[in-house]
Structures are given as C-alpha cells and as structure tokens.
Design a protein around this ligand. Structure first.
Ligand SMILES: Nc1ncnc2c1ncn2[C@@H]1O[C@H](COP(=O)(O)OP(=O)(O)O)[C@@H](O)[C@H]1O
Ligand SMILES: [Mg+2]
Length: 325
C-alpha cells in the first residue's frame, strides 16, 4: 500500500516537474523574444530621436532662410527704389521742364520710361509691404474710425488723382453709422486698393457706388463697380499673391498693376479681425468688393487689447498704395 502511494506521489511529482520545466522553457523563449523586441524598440526610438533632431535643425535653417529672404527683399527693394525714383524725376523734368521742344518720338519714349518706372516703384512698394506683413513687422493700432469721412477723403483722393480722364461717377451713400474699430493707416490702404481697382477696371463713363451696411456688431463697406465683372471660378484666386486674372479686360497688359493689392488688402483686413470678399453676377456684370470690420462698441473697446497686434521686431509703416488707372 505504502509503495503504491509512494509511486503515485512520485508520478505526480514527475508530472508537476515536467510541467514546470516546459513553463520555464516557454518563459525563457518569451524572455528572449522580449529582449529582441526591447532592442528593436530602443533602435526605433533612437532613429525617431535622430529624425526629430534633423527636423528641428531643418526647421531652424528654414526660419533662418526666411529671415534672410525677408532682409533680401527689403534691402533689394530699398536699393532699387532710390535709382528708380531718380529716373522717374529726371524723365518728368525733361518732359515738363525742358526749354527745348521735344521731338514727338522722344516725348513718346519719355512717357513710356515714366510709366514703366512708376510701375516698378509700385511693385517695389507692394513687395516691401508684403515683406513687412509676412514677417510680422507691422503693428495694428486700432481706434474708432468714422467710415463715412474716411470714404469721402479717399473718393476725393482717387477722384482728383485719376478719374477725370475716364469720367467716372462716384456715389457714396451716406447714412448714420457707428464708428468701426480699425487701424486708420491700414484701412486707408485697403480702401485705396479696392477703390483704385474699381476705377482702373471701369470703362469710361462708369459708376462706382460705395455703400455701408451694419447689424450693430460689424459694418460692411461695399464698393460696387460696373466694370468687367468676375467669373465664378476666379473668385478664389483674386486674393492670392499675384492673383491677376487672365480675362482679357483685366490682364496684366491692360491693367498695369502688380497683382499684389488684393493679397495685401486681405492680410491687412484679417489682421484687423475683419473679412473681405468679392461677388459678381458674372463677366460683364460688374463686381462688388466688400470688407467687414468690427463696430467700436463699448464691448469691443473694453477688450481692445485683443485687437492690437504687436510688431515682431521693429515696426514699419506701410508704403503708400498706388492708384493705377
Ligand atoms: N473691380 C474689379 N473688377 C474686375 N476685376 C478685378 C477688380 N478688382 C480686382 N480685379 C482682378 O483681381 C486682380 C488682382 O487685383 P490686385 O491684387 O489689386 O492687382 P492689380 O490691381 O495690381 O492687378 C486684378 O488684376 C483683376 O484681374
Ligand atoms: Mg490693385
């Protein structure tokens, strides 16, 4: 009996031993696998860290390049502007202050020199403005602005500078409006850009209407012309850099602009927490450009600091917008 019990116990011990041996082997296998995995993970982590370091370095270099590019545009533009201004002045002097009558063809060439130089100066000014905006070197200092009186000033400025030759009629629909909260210099630039475009693209004898709409929180300024209008597929392109459209009425050759005015306007309006957009019933049916800005309500004035934008580095004011007709 005792022998049988002992044998039984022995058998049980043997089975248990066998079982544990197998478990130990299994565990050893798993352990090996885990070690391989850990090694692989460590390697992957190292690779990730290296890639991340490379990305940080690439990013730093890109930022550096961006600053160099901005400086280059800024310096090149300044250096270009001085000689161009001299060319323009001398051409003007020969054209208007010469004691000797000029042969017709000389006069024609001088006029062309003046126009081309003017165009280059405008392009340089626009590029300087873009460089300032993109590198954050402008500041937004909003204050309550009376849109009607600003609108009147700008109509006068545009009208007396260029519109007489085209016999364009400006209509400013006056109404009682609250003031808006905007940076007057930047707003002026946008207004001039949009009104300048309306005038440039209007045909002789056209009408440009400026009207205002408000819901008490924002004021929309709408500038409507009877010019060539806009195709639906072009609406998205308008506000991009060099977003000139190819339709025959507003092509580069005819308009002589830079294709940067609306891009600058959009950036300025958005910096002032506003919106700008264009609508048109189609080609040949005129266009309406609208910008919306916040009303200078007590609530907005209370949170005025949210509307200020500080310049990164030294703040620069904008170069004047050109009115090209
Ligand atoms: N009032 C308008 N009517 C028709 N097209 C317009 C009008 N304003 C702007 N555009 C189109 O948008 C383009 C971009 O305008 P903008 O950025 O001011 O450049 P630019 O005036 O130098 O050509 C213009 O070239 C023109 O094709
Ligand atoms: Mg323009």
């Amino acid at each position: 009996m005792i022998i049988i019990v002992s044998l039984g116990l022995l058998a049980i011990i043997l089975v248990i031993n066998l079982f544990y041996n197998r478990r130990t082997k299994d565990l050893e296998e798993r352990n090996k696998e885990l070690m391989v995995l850990t090694a692989e993970n460590t390697k992957a982590y190292e690779q990730l860290r290296n890639t991340s370091n490379l990305l940080i370095e690439a990013n730093r270099k890109l930022k550096e390049l961006d600053i160099i590019k901005d400086d280059f545009v800024s310096i090149a533009s300044h250096e270009l502007r001085t000689p161009m201004t001299a060319i323009r002045s001398y051409a003007w002097m020969v054209l208007h202050r010469s004691n000797v009558p000029l042969p017709d063809n000389v006069e024609k060439y001088l006029v062309r020199i003046s126009i081309s130089t003017e165009r280059m100066i405008n392009l340089v000014n626009d590029m300087l403005n873009i460089s300032r905006i993109e590198s954050g070197r402008i500041e937004i200092k909003p204050e309550p602005v009376d849109l009607i009186s600003l609108g009147k000033d700008i109509v006068d400025e545009v009208y007396y500078s260029k519109s007489t030759a085209k016999n364009i009629k400006f209509i400013l629909l006056e109404e009682k409006l609250p003031k808006i909260f905007a940076d007057p210099e930047k707003l002026r630039q946008v207004f001039l850009n949009i009104l300048g475009n309306a005038l440039k693209f209007s045909s002789n004898g056209g009408k440009i209407t400026i009207s205002f709409f408000t819901d008490g929180r924002t004021i929309e300024t709408r500038i409507k012309d009877e010019g060539p209008g806009l195709a639906r597929e072009d609406l998205g392109r308008l506000f991009k850099k060099f977003g000139r459209l190819d339709n025959s009425y507003t092509s580069v050759a005819t308009s002589g602009g830079t294709g940067l005015g609306l891009y600058i306007s959009k950036n300025l309006i958005e910096l002032m927490k506003g919106r700008i957009w264009a609508t048109s019933e189609g080609l040949g049916k005129g266009s309406t450009f609208t910008f919306a800005l916040p009303v200078a309500s007590p609530e907005v004035i209370k949170h005025a600091d949210q509307y200020f934008v500080k310049a990164k580095g030294e703040a620069k004011s904008l170069e004047p917008a050109a009115i090209v007709v």
